[in-house]
Design a protein around this ligand. Structure first.
Ligand code: NAP
Length: 266
């Protein structure tokens, strides 16, 4: 079988540098270029301690995709750049695997349409950690039996978006089982704005940001006399890489748009 030719956007980032290692260590993966807004024209080995020092660095995705032959673009940057990269990749018939979080509903709609127009796979995965996917699946199962739920997501303080993509996705999955309803006391009042957190269909979402954390989430269900906690912790960014590998392999085999790794896990 031919190698999967990959371009990784954001190679100096915490996730991007792990993804470069993954590409170097995985049989069947070939890193053909990286996209880095600051180091156009250099080589990967000149911008940090990386395996594969000869891989070319581009700042402009158009120029990159015209210069190298690629199958998959893995994006681990910020939403504006990620959206531009995903859109341009699809236009060039390159399959996006997007780990960047913070895409809007309109962004997702646009990529879904473009992927259908082109007839090629596109995977948007707000969380690559397999344990986090299971947490979401279990939360959806529990929501059949518990209608009161709050989500507490905890991340490092460099994270830009809040709530996390995983918290939003968890709430969306729960809402497939749970009728929208207000929670807490019907007359409750916040004496400090924000005290009750964000609201999705009456479910409350609380975002904690602290140095020392990586990515953690607790889904807390309550009913008369009992609570159920479903919790996942990512302690290192390596926890995300088996999901990146699965997504890259899967995006080559599908011709549709997928939002969430849970949709491609057996
Ligand atoms: P990070 O360490 O801050 O890395 C972000 C990278 O993006 C840096 O190399 C940065 O380069 C680059 N970048 C920033 N702004 C850019 C722009 N406008 N155009 C192009 N590149 C730009 O962040 P991280 O922790 O690796 O996270 C990256 C993304 O992955 C975030 O969206 C995060 O939420 C997401 N994430 C996803 C998962 C998942 O499982 N799906 C897990 C963890 C994180 P500079 O140094 O030049 O700024």
């Amino acid at each position: 079988m031919e190698n999967i030719r990959m371009v990784i956007a954001g190679p100096r980032g915490r996730m991007g540098s792990e993804a470069v290692k993954l590409a170097a260590e995985t049989n069947g993966f070939e890193l053909v270029a990286v996209l880095d807004r600051k180091n156009d024209g250099r080589k990967l080995g000149e911008i940090g301690h990386f395996p594969l020092p000869e891989v070319p660095v581009y700042s402009d995705i158009e120029e990159c995709l015209q210069s190298v032959k690629a199958d998959v673009l893995v994006d681990l940057t910020v939403p504006e750049a990620g959206m531009h990269h995903a859109r341009t990749a699809l236009v060039h018939n390159v399959r996006p695997v997007i780990g960047t979080t913070g895409f809007s509903t309109e962004d997702l709609e646009e990529l879904k349409e473009l992927s259908a127009e082109k007839g090629i796979g596109c995977i948007i995965a707000p969380n690559f950690a397999i344990g986090a996917i299971l947490m979401m699946k279990f939360a959806k199962m529990a929501a059949k039996y518990f209608e009161n739920v709050e989500i507490i997501e905890m991340h490092h303080d460099k994270k830009l978006d809040a709530p996390s993509g995983t918290a939003i996705k968890t709430a969306q999955l729960i809402s497939e089982e749970r009728e929208a309803r207000k929670q807490g006391h019907p007359d409750e009042k916040e004496t400090l704005p924000g005290a009750r957190g964000a609201d999705i269909e009456g479910m409350k979402i609380h975002s904690v940001r602290l140095p020392g954390l990586i990515a953690h989430q607790e889904v807390l269900f309550g009913s008369d006399g009992q609570t159920l906690k479903i919790r996942h912790d990512s302690y290192t960014r390596a926890s995300f890489m088996s999901g990146v590998k699965t997504a890259v392999e899967t995006v080559m085999k599908i011709d549709s748009f997928v939002y969430g790794l849970e949709n491609i896990m057996e």
